[in-house]
Design a protein around this ligand. Structure first.
Ligand SMILES: [Fe+2]
Length: 480
C-alpha cells in the first residue's frame, strides 16, 4: 500500500507529466508564445455591434494587469498619426485556466493543469465613421503597448468581400497556418474572416488556442473574425466521477467579444447572433451544439422575416446535408431546412465533415416558370481548412434527393479557404486550395424579384480531388 506521502508524490508526478503532454505534446515544456505576460497577446477583432461605427477588440495578459487601456486614431499618412489618439478603458475578466465554474461548481480543466490565471481584456471603440481606416492599439501593463493595427470600418453600402473557413481543428499551427495565411495573401481586402466551427480540437486546452492565435498572427487583429461554435468547442470538465456534461469551453466568451442577443436565453449568448454587415449583407450565426435548435429555428425565422438585406447568409457547424459517412443530423435538418427554404437563404456555410461538398436546392418548376433565374434557391457548402480528412459519402448527396438538393462539387484530402465577394446583385464564390489553385467557382445573380441565377462563367478549376487521385493520406505521419 502507498503511504499518504507516496500517493501525493505519485499524483504530483502524474500531474506534472500530464501537464507537459497536455500543453504541447513534447518534452520541451510550455512554449513562450503560449505563456501570458504583461504584454498584450491573442489580439483579435470581432463584431459586437454595428460594423460601420464600432471596432471591437479582445486581448490577453497575465493576471498582473488589472486595469488597462486601448487607443484609437484615424489612420492618416502622417508619420505621427497617433498624436491625436484617444483612449478608452478596457473591460477585464480573469480566466482560471485549470478550472471552470459549471453550474456553480468549480471543476477541473485537466488539459490546463499547472496553468494559472490569465486576464482577458476587451474594448469597443464607438461612434466611429463608416468606411474609414483607423489604427488602434491595446495595452497590457503600463506602457506595454501592442503595435498599431490598421482596420477599416464597414461601408454602409457597396462591395463586401469575406473569407470562409471550415474546420481548422488539428495541426493548427503546423498545417492550418498555411491556409489562413494564403487566404490573407489572396484577399487582404477581406472585411471579415468567418470560421465555421471546430477552430480547435479540445475546447478548453489553452495550448491549442495558443496555436490558433499564433497561426493567424496579426491577421486576427487586422480582420474581424466571425466565429461559430463547433462540437470541438464544447467538452466536459472534471475528473473521474465528478465530470460535467459537455459545455461550451470556458475560454470562448472571454477570448472573443461577440454580439449578445437579449431575446435569446443566456446559454445561447455569444454563440447565436446576427451581424448586419452593411445594407446588402446580413449574417446569421447558429450554435449546432445547443439542444435548443427549435428555439434557434424560431429566432432565425423571425430574423429572416425582419431583414431587408439583399443577401442573407447563414452559418453553423453541423451541415444540413452531410458529406461524410455516418454523420447525418436529421433532427437539426428537420428543424432548420424548412426555414432556410422558406426564406431562400442565399448561402449556408458549414463545416464538421472534413470533406468539401457544395450544392444547391433547385427552384420548383412553378418558381422557374415565374421568371428569370436558372434554378437555385439555397446554396449549401461544407468545407474544411485543417488537415484532418474523412472520406466522402460514396453516394454524395443522392440520399437527400427528396429535399431537391444536388451536389455540384466535392473533394477529399484537400484543405480549402473560400473567398466570397458580393456587389449589388452579384455574389461571386471561389474555393481555393492552400497552394492557391481555384477548385470551385460560381456566380450567383439575384434579380429584383428575388430569383437567383447561377453560372460557372469562364474560369478554369482544377480536376476533382479524391483520395484516389491525391497523396497517400492514410500513411501520412499523425497530425501534431
Ligand atoms: Fe465538427
Amino acid at each position: 500500500m502507498f503511504t499518504r506521502l507516496q500517493s501525493f508524490c505519485l499524483l504530483l508526478s502524474l500531474l506534472v507529466c500530464s501537464n507537459t503532454v497536455a500543453q504541447n505534446n513534447t518534452a520541451l515544456g510550455t512554449p513562450p508564445w503560449q505563456m501570458a505576460s504583461g504584454w498584450p497577446d491573442r489580439i483579435i477583432q470581432n463584431f459586437s455591434d454595428d460594423p460601420a461605427r464600432t471596432i471591437t477588440v479582445t486581448w490577453r495578459t497575465d493576471s498582473s494587469v488589472q486595469n488597462t487601456l486601448a487607443q484609437i486614431a484615424l489612420a492618416t499618412p502622417d508619420a505621427r498619426f497617433d498624436a491625436a489618439a484617444g483612449s478608452i478603458a478596457a473591460v477585464t475578466e480573469p480566466v482560471y485556466l485549470s478550472s471552470a465554474m459549471i453550474d456553480g461548481v468549480s471543476l477541473a480543466s485537466p488539459d490546463n493543469m499547472g496553468l494559472g490565471v490569465v486576464h482577458y481584456h476587451s474594448a469597443v471603440f464607438r461612434d466611429l465613421e463608416p468606411d474609414t481606416l483607423y489604427a488602434y492599439r491595446v495595452q497590457g501593463a503600463d506602457g506595454a503597448w501592442s503595435e498599431w493595427y490598421q482596420t477599416r470600418t464597414a461601408a454602409e453600402s457597396g462591395p463586401v468581400k469575406f473569407v470562409y473557413f471550415g474546420d481548422a481543428q488539428n495541426g493548427i499551427l503546423s498545417h492550418w497556418s498555411r491556409v489562413v495565411r494564403a487566404a490573407f495573401m489572396r484577399a487582404p481586402d477581406a472585411r471579415f474572416f468567418l470560421h465555421a466551427g471546430d477552430l480547435v480540437n479540445r475546447a478548453a486546452r489553452d495550448f491549442e488556442w495558443a496555436e490558433w492565435f499564433k497561426a493567424g498572427g496579426f491577421v486576427h487583429g487586422s480582420v474581424p473574425a466571425v466565429v461559430v461554435v463547433g462540437n470541438h468547442e464544447v467538452q466536459s470538465y472534471g475528473i473521474g466521477d465528478r465530470t460535467s456534461e459537455r459545455v461550451l469551453t470556458h475560454l470562448w466568451r472571454p477570448q472573443f467579444t461577440l454580439p449578445v442577443d437579449n431575446s435569446l436565453p443566456l446559454s445561447l449568448h455569444e454563440t447565436v447572433y446576427d451581424v448586419r454587415y452593411n445594407e446588402d449583407v446580413h449574417l446569421f450565426v447558429l450554435n449546432s451544439l445547443s439542444r435548443e435548435f427549435e428555439l434557434q429555428g424560431q429566432w432565425l425565422d423571425r430574423k429572416l422575416e425582419e431583414t431587408d438585406a439583399r443577401w442573407r447568409i447563414v452559418t453553423m457547424h453541423y451541415p444540413i446535408f452531410s458529406s461524410a459517412e455516418g454523420r447525418d443530423s436529421a433532427s437539426r435538418r428537420d428543424a432548420l431546412l424548412p426555414i432556410l427554404n422558406k426564406h431562400r437563404v442565399d448561402l449556408v456555410l458549414q463545416g464538421h465533415d472534413h470533406t468539401y461538398a457544395r450544392g444547391a436546392i433547385g427552384q420548383s418548376p412553378e418558381r422557374m416558370a415565374t421568371g428569370e433565374g436558372n434554378g437555385v434557391e439555397v446554396m449549401f457548402v461544407n468545407s474544411v481548412s485543417g488537415a484532418k480528412m474523412y472520406p466522402l459519402k460514396p453516394d454524395g448527396w443522392d440520399g437527400y434527393a427528396e429535399h431537391g438538393v444536388r451536389l455540384q462539387r466535392a473533394a477529399e484530402n484537400t484543405a480549402f479557404y473560400q473567398v466570397i465577394s458580393i456587389e449589388d446583385s452579384q455574389l461571386v464564390y471561389e474555393a481555393y486550395t492552400a497552394d492557391d489553385q481555384l477548385y470551385d467557382y460560381f456566380e450567383m445573380v439575384k434579380g429584383a424579384n428575388g430569383l437567383k441565377s447561377l453560372s460557372r462563367g469562364e474560369r478554369q478549376t482544377i480536376d476533382a480531388r479524391q483520395f484516389l487521385t491525391t497523396g497517400d493520406y492514410a500513411n501520412a505521419p499523425p497530425l501534431p
